[in-house]
Ligand binder design. Structure first.
Ligand code: FMN
Length: 182
């Protein structure tokens, strides 16, 4: 069992990316892991923009990254890259914050033309933080729909494709027993 923290990097209140992060953590819990989600939009804006790491909420968020064995990093594609909100948070972290941690990158976007943004934009940033970057997944926003009662759903094919990526990520996760013994 690993402790996995999902960072959700959309500024939107009703966020497809946040839903995807939640769906992914549910898949990981079903595989026996302990999961948490950190919605970056909930962090206080002024300290975040000022990189005030002494702000208690930001300090706690940074600690949660340090405490996690692995991370899911989920972002909407904005202007052919990851969101500015995600980058603002990643810039607060120590240089080697992800060292030794498997990281699963996820993105939602409106155009298949930007599917490679995970590789050309997000992957280098995660690598610079020391991450062991796992195979990620880009999900088109039209595959995340809202039902008349307001609930969001991920279509069946996208669920199956995501489950395969989660299976691979699961193989990269350390077990807590192993970590304790080390
Ligand atoms: C400001 C803005 C810029 C966007 N730029 C792109 C883009 O360059 N490529 C793309 O595929 N989708 C783009 N989109 C679409 C979003 O990535 C997509 O709708 C995503 O699922 C939104 O995620 P969210 O609901 O979590 O905010 C953009 C959306 C917004 C609001």
């Amino acid at each position: 069992m690993a402790i996995v923290l999902a960072l959700s990097g959309s500024p939107s209140r009703a966020s497809r990316t946040a839903f995807l992060a939640g769906h992914t953590t549910a898949e990981l819990r079903a595989r026996g892991h302990q999961t948490h989600v950190l919605a970056l939009r909930d962090l206080p804006a002024a300290p975040l923009l000022a990189a005030d790491i002494h702000d208690p909420s930001l300090a706690r968020a940074v600690s949660r990254v340090a405490e996690a064995d692995a991370l899911v990093v989920a972002t909407p594609i904005y202007k052919a890259a990851y969101s500015g909100l995600l980058k603002t948070f990643l810039d607060l972290l120590p240089q080697h914050a992800f060292t030794g941690k498997p990281v699963l990158p996820l993105a939602t976007g409106g155009s298949a033309a930007h599917v490679l943004a995970l590789d050309y934009a997000l992957r280098p940033v995660l690598t610079a933080l020391g991450a062991q970057v796992c195979q990620g997944r880009f999900v088109l926003d039209r595959h995340l729909t809202t039902t008349p009662d307001g609930a969001m759903t991920l279509d069946r094919d996208a669920q199956r494709q995501l489950a395969r990526v989660v299976d691979q990520f699961d193989l990269a996760l350390p077990s807590r027993a192993h970590l304790t013994a080390a």
